[in-house]
Design a protein around this ligand. Structure first.
Ligand code: GYE
Length: 352
């Protein structure tokens, strides 16, 4: 198989020109920033590919009807269903301007890469993707770029660079979410706290960054002690399974649970209940399902930071701004509530 350094050799020997080099590197999944490093910068890195951001956009603004393809990663919890429905509903309201279709990668990174390739083959005008895992999906966005199709990453990000490798990242501040849970625990608990952590899918941006944000705060407090952490895959069944393991190992020692999403927290609650653990266990989670906000109001869960899955309107708006020639920020930030016992009852309707 051809590697990036083979392309560099061909470029040096004059067998490939810059434009060909850029396109070929794109097909290999190499990011434009890495290609730019080899070519020593230059405006042509992007433009020579005939599909740099400016050229891509001017090609699109001449059109009146756009095909949009959304590459969903999986449908394994209510959050994903809410996101999928939100996208579908907003684009269906604008059928005169957009033909919308979506596909499901069924939790397979390879499938998601090939789903993006399917959209490229169908010659859609815009690709929206929620990268299941950050590194492997970089190849898919690079391929779309090589085919002159702008990519909008929503909810999760790939490891390419927004503004260069894809138009923008639309989503929540995952580091901030983790910090908010940690700060609540620091301010509202006393004495030594032994805790367990339920991680989201390995390699997914929210799992990586929610962990980082939380530990940036909690690790500075010596009274908090991490007993164990494990991947629960952002699902109820996964969270329950992991929590059962933790309970059989640490039982009554567990004072606190930090879960990277609501579904795993629901799984943890079930596991605690069926193990007959009745002591106060502090639970912190992220997402903001209606049912979870109610559990916060009832005092079953201490703190829940919202991560709003209703991406339809904000994605639609951002795409329209892009088509209207506006400058799109590299990060379109989704702002989230923090639910605690004092405000949860009045905010239940902000849940999904
Ligand atoms: O927290 C979780 C979902 O990517 C932000 O993924 C999203 C996360 C969300 O499966 O419930």
């Amino acid at each position: 198989m051809v590697q990036f350094n083979d392309l560099e050799d061909l470029l040096k020997r004059g067998n490939l020109n810059r434009g060909e080099f850029i396109r070929a590197a794109g097909m290999l999944g190499v990011s434009l920033s890495a290609v730019g490093a080899v070519l020593n910068g230059g405006a042509d890195i992007v433009e020579a590919a005939t599909c740099g951001p400016a050229a891509m956009r001017s090609r699109l603004t001449k059109k009146a009807h756009f095909k949009v393809g959304f590459a969903q990663s999986e449908l394994t919890n209510p959050w994903r269903t809410a996101e999928t429905n939100s996208m579908q509903s907003v684009f269906q309201q604008h059928k005169n301007r957009f033909s919308y279709s979506w596909n499901n990668a069924y939790s397979s990174t390879n499938k998601q890469v090939s789903n993006v390739e399917d959209f490229i083959a169908q010659k859609v005008d815009i690709i929206v993707v929620t990268p299941l895992q950050q590194d492997p999906l970089r190849a898919a966005t690079a391929k779309a770029l090589a085919a002159c199709i702008p990519v909008f990453e929503i909810d999760r990000e790939s490891s390419g660079k927004a503004g260069t490798d894809f138009v923008t990242f639309i989503g929540s501040d995952f580091v901030g979410q983790g910090k908010k849970v940690a700060r609540w625990m620091v301010a509202n608990t006393k004495g030594p706290i032994n805790y367990v952590e339920l991680y989201g899918t390995t390699g997914a941006t929210p799992a990586i960054l929610r962990r980082k944000g939380f530990h940036d705060v909690i690790d500075k407090q010596s009274r908090f002690h991490l007993l164990a952490g494990q991947d629960g895959n952002f699902t109820l069944a996964g969270g329950k399974q992991v929590m059962q393991n933790f309970i059989s190992k640490y039982g009554q020692k567990i004072d606190m649970v930090y879960s990277h999403n609501d579904d795993m927290a629901f799984g943890a609650l079930q596991a605690l209940k069926s193990a007959g653990i009745t002591k106060k266990v502090f639970i912190g989670t992220i997402d903001g399902q209606k049912k979870m906000i109610q559990d916060v109001a009832a005092g079953l869960v201490s703190v829940c930071v919202q991560s709003d899955p209703r991406f339809g309107p904000i994605t639609f708006q951002t795409i329209n701004n892009y088509l209207a020639g506006q400058k799109i920020p590299q990060w379109v930030v989704v702002h989230d509530h923090t639910y605690i016992k004092q405000n949860a009852a009045s905010l239940v309707n902000t849940g999904f």
